[in-house]
Design a protein around this ligand. Structure first.
Ligand SMILES: [Zn+2]
Length: 288
């Protein structure tokens, strides 16, 4: 009798174990990020009427994660107060850029129809209502916030604009990865793959030399759209693969000290600009 009872219990335990295993196999456990890093004192979020509290919460999350990443991994400091102004649609985005930020009408209209985020002095303006997905809101916020850290560490820059834009996209991809619990998959690699795919379908051959000054950058963006960003993002991901994260601060601080951009690049990354351009073109030729 006792033997039958014990066999029964063992049988039940095996059944329960099998059901739990099946559940975990079908639906692996999703861990909530236990502790979000603190929200920085220097950042203030201003939501215009029509912006949802959900969008505000995603932006807050992006700010916390980006701040931690840039300060802990890249040793950067923000060191100045910034305001993040959230608007609900493309129209209010353009109006805000023109009326509140005093950007020209042309620039405001262009940004309104070609972008979701703009950095203007110590302000970041984001059209959160126009961004389709959760990760895209994280991405745009992280990208623009990285520009604020770059301004803090480098001052204003004009040369090697691809390096600053590519870095902002790389950090944004890393922030999405920090926020995403996947099972052994790295979100940054997914971005790397999709950026490469975007370049593959581009008819214009990507080239870093065409993305040097801010003027060059804008011109290329007007002609090629997202390909401009993908070219820079991949170039910086590749560069960062074999460098210390602190190299980016070394580069930016050299700019702040008045060092020429190419010299700053050489001393921070251990390769001349033209040699790196060539390396990247060779890599693209093998991978496109
Ligand atoms: Zn940017």
């Amino acid at each position: 009798m006792g033997g039958v009872f014990i066999r029964r219990i063992i049988f039940d335990l095996i059944a329960v174990f099998a059901i739990i295993s099946l559940y975990l196999w079908v639906e692996p456990p999703i861990f909530i990020v236990a502790q979000l890093p603190p929200f920085p004192d220097e950042v203030k979020i201003v939501a215009k009427p029509g912006v949802s509290s959900f969008d505000v919460s995603i932006v807050r999350r992006a700010v916390c994660l980006t701040t931690r990443l840039l300060e802990d991994n890249y040793s950067l400091a923000l060191g100045h107060d910034i305001e993040i102004i959230l608007v609900p649609d493309a129209f209010s985005y353009s109006v805000t850029l023109q009326q509140d930020e005093n950007l020209s009408r042309d620039v405001s209209l262009f940004q309104g129809s070609h972008s979701f985020g703009t950095t203007n002095n110590n302000h970041i303006i984001i059209n959160v209502g126009g961004i389709a997905g959760y990760n895209d809101t994280l991405f745009v916020t992280a990208h623009e916030l990285t520009h604020q850290y770059q301004i803090a560490e480098a001052g204003q820059w004009n040369r090697l604009n691809w390096l600053m834009e590519g870095m902002a996209d790389m950090v944004a991809a890393q922030v999405v990865n920090e926020n995403t619990v996947t099972h052994g998959e790295n979100e940054v690699n997914k971005y790397r793959f999709s950026w490469l795919t975007a370049l593959r379908s581009s008819h214009d051959k990507p080239n870093l030399k065409k993305l040097d000054s801010k003027h060059d950058w804008l011109l290329d963006f007007q002609n090629n759209g997202a390909v401009t960003y993908r070219t820079a993002g991949l170039a910086v991901l590749n560069l960062a693969d074999s460098r210390e994260s602190a190299s980016f601060r070394t580069y930016m601080n050299a700019l702040r000290d008045g060092v020429d951009a190419e010299q700053a690049f050489q001393s921070a990354f251990g390769v001349s600009c033209s040699a790196y351009n060539q390396q990247y073109e060779d890599w693209l030729a093998n991978n496109l």
